[in-house]
Design a protein around this ligand. Structure first.
Ligand code: MG
Length: 161
């Protein structure tokens, strides 16, 4: 069993929705990003890559590469899972914390869990997602952006017989 952690932040910018945990949530702002700005999935990608000793999301999907402009982060996550499989590894569980003052995320957590579990090839019980605020403190508290933390474990794929 190997463990990795991930962290990501995106600043609010123009827009009418944010994408968090693979779920589009209407909001007064969007998130500035080269991709869809899904901080939760970016933190998760980094946690998985960290557990596998495979670097980070910026190396895999450089924001200088137009191929990833506006990218659906669920697609990026699936690519990370495929890369792990090439190393003989598979996600075992994931625990995400999303830190935002707004929009309210809690109502969307069940769908986020279902989507992340699908992308990881795991039962939903192996994916946990928590939404919290920063109590009005710091950049998140000033509603300048959204942050996310992730921890993931990976384990060897069953040997082919
Ligand atoms: Mg990011």
């Amino acid at each position: 069993m190997r463990v990795g952690n991930g962290f990501d932040v995106h600043a609010f910018g123009p827009g009418d929705a944010v994408v968090i945990g693979g779920v589009r949530i209407p909001h007064t702002h969007g998130l500035r990003a080269h991709s869809d700005g899904d901080v939760a999935l970016h933190a998760l990608c980094d946690a998985l890559l960290g557990a596998a000793g495979q670097g980070d999301i910026g190396q895999l999907f450089p924001d200088s590469d137009p191929a990833w402009a506006g990218a659906d982060s669920r697609g990026l996550l699936r690519r990370v899972v495929a890369r792990l499989a090439e190393q003989g590894l598979a996600p075992a569980n994931a625990d995400l914390t999303v830190i935002a003052e707004a929009p309210r995320l809690a109502p969307h957590v069940p769908l986020m869990r279902a989507r992340v579990a699908e992308d990881l090839g795991l039962p939903v019980e192996r994916v946990n997602i928590k939404a919290t605020t920063s109590e009005g403190l710091g950049f998140v508290g000033r509603r300048e952006g959204i942050a996310a933390l992730a921890v993931a474990t990976v384990s060897p794929l069953p040997q082919a017989t």
